[in-house]
Design a protein around this ligand. Structure first.
Ligand code: FAD
Ligand code: PYC
Length: 416
């Protein structure tokens, strides 16, 4: 007997297809120098930088739905770089640097607003952990400072700092270069600029297979619109990465979770900054339209459905009312969800894969919006050079084999 019953059972359970998958033998509709799978901010940005920085303009971005319809258009727009480890500081701060001036570069109003992100401490553990982050950030040249409860209140007047609250505010870490931007405009800005440089952006074009040649290198993608050839494929399909990678015979250390958010009915300007709280698992800011933008951590089960249960939203608004009783009578306008893919160490994977010509940008979990320009830049660099940049080199797939993890669970804040 070739296979034991157990291994057959395990294969059936994992749904793992055997490579190579056979596709109908047909000529490609077109051949590109590079294909990017996924038309979110990261994928469109990568295509833009491939064209702009490296002159690689014969590029296609393949998007299964509409551009920006994934997490890029669903996130709560928080931009910050107050992560703990040196590798993360380099990566996220590079992104924050690129946000500066990006609107001008793309000639698109991204509404980037450095209004400050304040992370509240409600217990001794929070105080110690955030102060450690402040020191680590400053050693890395990343701005962050510690505020007393009174200073928190002065910076964010709606905050209740009464010591008698269920979650008293014991201080906070404030990053002033941090803030928000308009999420979907990033996708549109990159798309328009990439398109002007010659990039093809193909919507409603789901990738359903990855072809590899007899030596194992990629040679193209099978899509709902037909076969498209390319010897370089960059996958930037947040939430769906393991599904796409499995098309090339690879298994990725990722889990996909729903992450929800909601907005209130619009009110006049009341929240001057972004406030996040690990302890109550909630965060809040105010959009330029006046809505209070509120979110929580991920749902506690894996799923590919872009929605989550109502009871988490109930917990979420209850948590916000604990620290901002002023908002108790606000009414909710709408809610939504996205699917985020999460690695074991809560840091992304950006780099080469074991398959020649196949590159990946994934695992940003709940925190990839802030990284959009940086991740896009790094993916483009890696595809163009067939090697990672020194900033994304530590964020390789091998770290899950060798154990050089970049554990940013605490800096991922409310997010998991
Ligand atoms: P996406 O925008 O999801 O793009 C991936 C694209 O790939 C999608 O458009 C999808 O349709 C496409 N795709 C998937 N499979 C295929 C296929 N087979 N073929 C073709 N196309 C495919 N991050 C922050 O930094 N700050 C925040 O405040 C924040 N808040 C968040 C709140 C919520 C509710 C959610 C859901 C996420 C939040 N995030 C936040 C995370 C952030 O949104 C993501 O990390 C980031 O947007 C990922 O960008 P992307 O371009 O990689 O992914
Ligand atoms: O990464 O700052 C973040 C974040 C906030 C909400 C979701 N992600």
């Amino acid at each position: 007997m070739k296979y034991s019953a157990i291994s057959l059972f395990a294969n059936a359970l994992s749904g793992h297809k055997k490579w190579p998958v056979q596709f109908p033998d047909k000529e490609p509709k077109k051949e590109y120098d590079a294909i990017i799978v996924g038309g979110g901010g990261h994928g469109l940005g990568a295509a833009y930088y491939l064209a702009k920085r490296y002159g690689i303009t014969n590029v296609a971005v393949l998007e299964k739905g509409w551009i920006g319809g994934g997490n890029t258009g669903r996130n709560t727009t928080i931009i910050r770089s107050n992560y703990l480890f040196d590798e993360s500081a380099a990566m996220y701060d590079h992104a924050v640097d690129l946000w500066d001036g990006l609107g001008q570069e793309l000639n698109y109003n991204l509404m980037f607003s450095k209004r400050g992100v304040l992370m509240l401490a409600h217990n001794v553990h929070d105080v110690q952990s955030f102060q450690r982050h402040v020191h680590a950030n400053r050693l890395n040249g990343v701005d962050n400072k510690w505020l007393s409860p009174e200073e928190c209140k002065a910076f964010c007047p709606p905050l209740d700092i009464s010591p008698h609250r269920r979650y008293p505010v014991m201080g906070g870490a404030l990053q002033m270069r941090a803030g928000t931007a308009r999420h979907d405009s990033v996708a549109w800005g990159y798309a328009r600029a990439a398109s002007k440089l010659g990039v093809d952006i193909i919507q409603n074009c789901k990738v359903i297979g990855i072809r590899r040649d007899p030596d194992g290198a990629v040679e193209g993608v099978e899509t709902e619109k037909g076969y498209i050839a390319s010897k370089k494929i960059g996958v930037s399909a947040a939430g769906n990465t393991s599904v796409v990678m499995e098309m090339a015979g690879l298994r990725f250390p990722l889990e996909s979770y729903p992450l929800q958010a909601l907005v209130s009915e619009p009110v006049k300007p009341v929240m001057p900054c972004v406030v996040m709280s690990n302890a109550v698992h909630a965060y809040i800011s105010q959009s330029d339209k006046g809505e209070l933008v509120i979110g929580a951590g991920t749902d506690q089960y894996t799923s590919y459905s872009q929605r989550g249960p109502l009871h988490l939203q109930e917990h979420n608004v209850a948590a916000i009312c604990e620290i901002f009783p002023i908002f108790k009578r606000q009414r909710m306008l709408r809610s939504w969800g996205g699917i985020v893919d999460v690695t074991p160490d809560r840091s992304p994977i950006v780099g080469k894969t074991p398959v020649k010509g196949l590159y990946v940008n994934c695992g940003w979990g709940t925190g990839g919006f802030k990284a959009t320009p940086g991740a896009a830049d790094m993916l483009a660099y890696t595809v163009a050079h067939d090697a990672p940049h020194k900033i994304n080199a530590p964020f390789n797939l091998d770290r899950f084999v060798g154990g050089r993890l970049i554990d940013e669970a605490a800096a991922a804040a409310v997010a998991h």
